[in-house]
Design a protein around this ligand. Sequence first.
Ligand SMILES: Nc1nc2c(c(=O)[nH]1)N[C@H]1C(S)=C(S)[C@@H](COP(=O)(O)OP(=O)(O)OC[C@H]3O[C@@H](n4cnc5c(N)ncnc54)[C@H](O)[C@@H]3O)O[C@H]1N2
Ligand code: MOO
Ligand SMILES: [Mg+2]
Length: 639
Amino acid sequence: MSLKSKVTGLILAGGRGTRMGRVDKGLQPFRGATLVAHVMERLSPQVASVAINANRNLPQYQAVAGESPVLPDFIDGFAGPLAGLQIGLQFCPTELLLTAPCDSPFFPLDLAERLYAAMAAQGADMAMAVTMEHDPEQPDAAPFRQPHPVFSLMKASVLPQLDAYLDTGARRMEGFFKTLKVAEVMFDDAAAFGNINTLEDLHRHERTAPTVVAPHATATAAAGPRDADPAALPVDEARRLICERIAPVEATETLPLLAALDRALAADIISPINVPAYDNSAMDGYALRGADLPAQGTATFKVIGIAYAGHPCTQAPQQNECVRIMTGAAIPPGCDSVLPQELAAAIDGDSVTIAANALRPGANLRRAGEDLKAGGIAIAAGKLLRPADLGLIASLGIPSVSVRRKLRVAFFSTGDELRSLGDELDTGCVYDSNRYTLFGMLTRLGCEVIDLGVVRDDPQALEAALREAADKADAIITSGGVSEGAADYTRDIMALLGDVAFWKLAMRPGRPLAFGKVQTEQGSAWLFGLPGNPVAVMVSFYMFARPALLRMMGAEAKLQTLQARATEAIRKRPGRTEYQRGIVSTGADGVAQVRLTGAQGSGILSSMTEANCIVVLHHAQANVDAGQMVDVMLFDGLT
Ligand SMILES: Nc1nc2c(c(=O)[nH]1)N[C@H]1C(S)=C(S)[C@@H](COP(=O)(O)OP(=O)(O)OC[C@H]3O[C@@H](n4cnc5c(N)ncnc54)[C@H](O)[C@@H]3O)O[C@H]1N2
Ligand code: MOO
Ligand SMILES: [Mg+2]
C-alpha cells in the first residue's frame, strides 16, 4: 500500500489570527491565491485526501476545499490547535493524519514521507518536524532545536488519548505529545517551516518572488549566521525545486518477471489469491483440535492419518484423535493447532501423549491469507523491484509485470585538461575519471547510459554534445565547467540551448550546480551540470541527480540516513550542509560509530573509495564533539 493512500491531510485554520489583527489568516491573499490554498496545494500531493479545520468563514473555506470537508472544532471556544486535531482525528478515514497550519505555505513536499520513515523506524505513535534555528538577535549564539508540533504525522488511533487529555482541561500541543511516543525528524531547511504571523510578514513574503521561480530569494530568508554566503541555496530547497519540476516518464512496458529486477513497478500488484492459499502447518508434528488439549495432567491422542506438503489428509480427527503432519501441509478438517513433535510427552506407535500447557490452542498454524489477502495490494506502484519482490510476485503466480521504461541518460565530461584512458598524460593534464564514476552510478541506478565521451572546452563541441544528448536522452549529466572559471564555456552554451539556472549551493563539496531543461528541435532533456571536482561530482549526483532520476523513473526516492557516534570531533560551520566521507563500524558497545577518512578535499577521490558512508552535517549544525551522534548515509543504500 502506498504511503499516500494511508494518510489524510488536515489543515489547521481554526485559530483567531490574534497577531494578524484577528483577520482569518488562512483566507489572506498571498501570491494570487489564499494562504490556505497554497497549503492545500503542498499538502494534497502527499495525502489521500485533505480536510480543513476552520471555525469562521466556513463558506469561504469550503470554496477552497472543493469536495473536501471543512470541519469546525468539536469543543467550543477557539480552544487552539488540539481542538482542530481532535475533530481531524474523529474524521480521519485513514490510519494516519498529517497536519499543517494554514499560515505556512513553504513546507517540504516530502514532509509525509520523512515523518513516516522516522515514525515507522522508531515504532512511534507520531512524528514531528524539528529544525535548528538561530536567534536573529544573537547571530553568534549556538543554534537551538525548534520543534514544529503543528507539522506532525500521527496514528489516527491516538484519538482516545487526546480526548482524555482535553477532558483534563489542558490545551497545549506539546503537553499532549508528552503522552505519546514521538519521533522527532530534523529538517535541514528551517525557512520551509516559516509561518506568516503578522500582516507585515505577509507583505514581506508577498514582495519576494515565489520559491520556484527565484530560489535565491528564499535562500536569503534561510541564510544562517553571518559568515554563511547569503546567496547560496540550501540543499533541501534545491532538491525540492528540482523534484517539483520533474515528472515520471509516462511509457511503460510489460516484462517477464525475471527481466524486471531493479525496474520501477508501473502499477500496483494486486494479489489474485490468498497467500498462503490454505491454512497449513508451521511445524512437523501432530494436528489436532485445541479443545481436546488437557487442562491438567496428560492426554493421549490416536494418530488417524498423515498429511504431507502437497498431499493433504482429508480425514477429520474426532475427540483425542490427531493427524501426523509435515511443515507446509494443509491442516486437516476440524483441526486448529499443531504440536511440534519434539514437544510430545511420549510417542508410541500411533499414539501421542501431550502434557497440559505443552501447547496453546491455535499454535503453529499459518492461516490462509496471513501473508497476502486476495484483492489486496501486494506491492505498490513505484517500488524498485528487489529480489524479495520478484519472489513475492512469483508466489502470487504472476508471470509478468508492468514497469516504467528504462530512463535514457546521456553523460559527458568537459575540460581541455582531460585525457582518455590509453592516451599519454601530458603536462597539466589528468585522466578523465568522472565519466567512470558517472557510468557506475547511472548503471547501478538502472539507467540506459549514453556515453558521449570527453568534450573539449570549445563552444561548438559543447553545443553539439548537448544537442546530441537532448535528442537521445531523457536526462543529461555533465561534469565540469559550471563554476566561474574563464574557460568554462558550458555555462554560456547551456544557457543558450535551454532554460538552465546556475546555482551556488550552501553545501560542500558540490557548490556549483547547473539545472534546467535543454531544448532542441528534436527533443528536450533535463540537464544536471555537476561540478568537475571528482568528489563533488559524486556528492552532487547522489544528492540531486539521483533523487531526480529516480523520480523520472517513477520510483520512490528515499535518502535513508542512520545515526552513528562520531569517534572524533568534526569541524563544521553552520549555514551549509557538509558531506564528509566516513567509515562506519560497530563500536565495542554495539552502537554504530563513524570516523572520517583523512583528507576531505573535493579532488581527493581516494576518500570516496576508502569510505563506506557519507557523514551528513546538516545546514544549521555546528562543530561536532567526539561521542556526539551524527547522521550517515550508507553507500550501499545510495546505489
Ligand atoms: N572563483 C571561484 N572558483 C571556484 C569556485 C567558486 O565558487 N569561485 N568553486 C570551486 C568549486 S567548489 C568547484 S567544485 C570547482 C567546480 O568547477 P567546474 O565545475 O567549473 O569544474 P572544472 O573547473 O572544469 O574542474 C574542476 C576540477 O576538477 C577536475 N576535473 C574536471 N573534470 C574532470 C574529470 N572528468 N575527471 C577528473 N577530473 C576532472 C579539473 O581538472 C579541475 O581540477 O570550481 C572551484 N572554483
Ligand atoms: O564543489 Mo567544490 O568540489 O565544493 O570544492
Ligand atoms: Mg573547467
